[in-house]
Design a protein around this ligand. Sequence first.
Ligand SMILES: *Cc1c(COP(=O)(O)O)cnc(C)c1O
Length: 427
Amino acid sequence: MGNISISDVKPKADSGFGATLPASTPAPAAANFPRSRLPVAPPLSMASFRRGGGPHVPSILDAGAARLVTSGRVAIALALRQMGVGAGDTVLVPSYHCASMVEPVIWSGATPVFYRINPDTSVKLDDVAAKLDGRAKVLMATNYFGFPQDLAALRAFCDARGLLLLEDCAHSFLGEYKGKPLGSYGDYAIASSMKFFPIYEGGCLVSARHALDQVALQSAGLGFEAKVLINTLEEGFAYNRLRLLKALCWLPMTLKNLLWSQIKARRHTGAQSMAPGSSDGGFGFDPRWLDKRSSFFARAMLKLVSRTRMGALRRRNYLRLQQALDGLPGCRPLHPVLPDGVYPWVFPLLTDDPHAIFGTLKMAGVPVIRFGEYLWQGVDASVCATSVDLSRRVLQFPCHQELTEQEMEWMVDHIRNALLAQKAPPL
Ligand SMILES: *Cc1c(COP(=O)(O)O)cnc(C)c1O
């Protein structure tokens, strides 16, 4: 079986998450922006293990049978394989997307057909209907930023047209819709656990309707397990978490880094990745990870981390951002309210003039994400003007459970100042 060997694996925080300027501008290299001062994704800390009081927070893992793999994109590929998708089929993919939603479709041999969405990110069902031909097999629908689609309507639509529904819960690991956990409406559903948990890799394939017995996974090996653990710890250390552990790990980490640089110096090319690409980082899609089980560490964290605490803090931080930015010039929240049962991935802010704000914030080290920054080749305003508009104008800020009070305050101050500065009279 394809042995996976050591090569350069970038830490998670460097791996994309909107690290560049809008596509329309002659963008300087992403490296020109400093590293984000705050963690874009939740880093591991002792607080990660705290319990949360309050009611049970439903998650995709409550929706049905599950397989824990190394990324959401791998889970999409597995879902397509389970659905028997291949050459000659088409998969209906939203025009507002990231590459990791499209790459598995290409891998399957099917053709992606991009459908339109509405300004509130809901599926434009009449456009989907117009795009149905005899070859359409699957409708892929995303609960963007954690806000559910009208899943009952999508389910009914698919049933009426003989389509299979793939529910993309990459942004909605937590949450419910009409009394059922997100992930239960699709024939298959996928999630990206690394977007929600303090882990370096992780995705899941879930089905409320079909057995997953044919999806057999194997260990990716001890080297992978070690790499995941080390990367997770290093990410925590980098953001000043786990200070005692950092002190204790100083000697072993130093030795490890030394060893690593020696290994890297010996083999600079050709080596395969030893860990799958973290979310949205342009790492692409590697089918060798299809049959690999998520690390022991990541699987343990899915059990140990309190979803109640995660859900409550995500909502609290989201509302904090919403209140702090309320009424500021040139922007408004993409969603006017945060409904019950939504546990957001990020806070999406619709801006009038994203270009200046984005650059200012990135230069200041403020964590800012831009989902759909790079749309698939050929997806332009003629395909879906709304998607192109959202991909430019919606900036997202993290609201994850591991942001401290001070970090939230620092971020809110910088965003407020950037928004206020854009309306200042020219000098
Ligand atoms: C991140 C993402 C994926 C893929 O998840 P990975 O774990 O990064 O492979 C799929 N769909 C959406 C909407 C995403 O944002």
